[in-house]
Write a protein that binds this ligand. Structure first.
Ligand code: HH2
Length: 297
């Protein structure tokens, strides 16, 4: 497993392993794995786990389970971004995530990411011990976001989304989805650098399912090496998303999509993803270990 940085910072992402070789994590001799980010939504309405972890005890128990299963990072969100989701007031979002982050910091050094588009929530979360700001709006929701990210000095995930959660799945269209997503991520990374975010803190994410059809999502997964060629570590979050039954031609509910989620995780790893955002940590790690042992990550 990747060595954790001192002070509870994030482990070295895979793309940086190439500059600083670390012991091979696979006993069978496969390549370095992507890091695993375990999802914990403290929301009433997230598409997969909405309502399950609103209770503080249930959230903490689930966080412990994700850590025990080997999550490298926990991604904690207090507002759903599923298609059609309604916005959450700032104070409510802070009230959902900060006590959980504080509780986790008291018992674990697993790095914590805050999944939010609001700078005030990111500030409160980083104040409580989070070291990564995962923003599905690529620091574009507020004019204060870029400056806040630079000031906080945390890792930042810049994700591509077409439109906003309420409307993003209404007929998304692109001339060339891979080129357009790549150009957007490059521009947002440049904006973050210009605002003072350190190059080594920036991650990019093509935003699987955010204003994209199943065909767009497949093109992005196939074209992931082009996103990785931007020079920033790539995060992919395809776990349990609704494209899976569309691609597979079934009617599976969110908790029946493990097979499709693993197929996408393996494809993302093969395409150079440095981190995978998943609900099913142990199953994904097992699939990655076996695929790496076979020789294709
Ligand atoms: N997907 C979701 C939320 N945050 N962040 C990144 N970087 N990449 C993603 O693909 C991504 C994300 C949506 O999934 P989930 O958190 O499971 O559901 P919800 O948004 O309904 O809370």
């Amino acid at each position: 497993m990747a060595a954790k940085q001192p002070g509870g910072g994030l482990p070295q992402p895979r793309s940086r392993f190439r500059q600083t070789p670390t012991p091979n994590p696979s006993p069978q001799g496969g390549g370095a794995f992507p890091l695993i980010m375990g999802i914990l939504n403290v929301t009433p309405d997230s598409f997969s786990d909405g309502g399950r972890f609103l209770d503080a005890g249930a959230a903490l128990a689930h966080a412990r389970r994700l850590i025990a299963e080997g999550a490298d990072v926990l991604d904690i969100g207090g507002e759903s971004t599923r298609p059609g989701a309604a916005p959450t007031p700032e104070a409510e979002e802070i009230g959902r995530v900060v006590p959980l982050i504080e509780a986790l910091r008291r018992e674990s050094d697993t790095p914590i990411s805050i999944d939010t588009m609001k700078p005030a929530v990111a500030r409160a979360a980083v104040g409580a011990g989070a070291t990564m700001w995962n923003d599905v709006t690529a620091l574009g929701w507020s004019p204060e976001s870029l400056g806040a990210a630079a000031e906080l000095g945390c890792e930042v995930v810049l994700m591509h989304m077409r439109g906003e959660p309420r409307t993003m799945q209404q007929r998304p269209r692109y001339d060339d989805v891979l080129a357009e997503v790549g150009a957007f991520l490059k521009a947002r990374a440049e904006a973050a650098l210009a605002a003072g975010v350190a190059r080594g803190k920036i991650w990019v994410d093509p935003g699987f399912g955010f204003g994209k059809t199943a065909r767009h999502n497949l093109e992005l997964i196939r074209g992931l090496p082009e996103i990785a060629a931007l020079g920033f570590p790539v995060l992919v979050g395809a776990s349990r998303k609704s494209s899976i039954p569309r691609i597979a031609g079934d009617a599976s509910s969110a908790d029946q999509r493990l097979g499709g989620s693993i197929a996408l995780a393996l494809a993302a790893a093969r395409g150079g993803a440095a981190m995978l955002r998943v609900h099913d940590v142990a199953d994904t790690k097992q699939a990655l270990a076996v695929a790496a042992a076979i020789g294709h990550p």
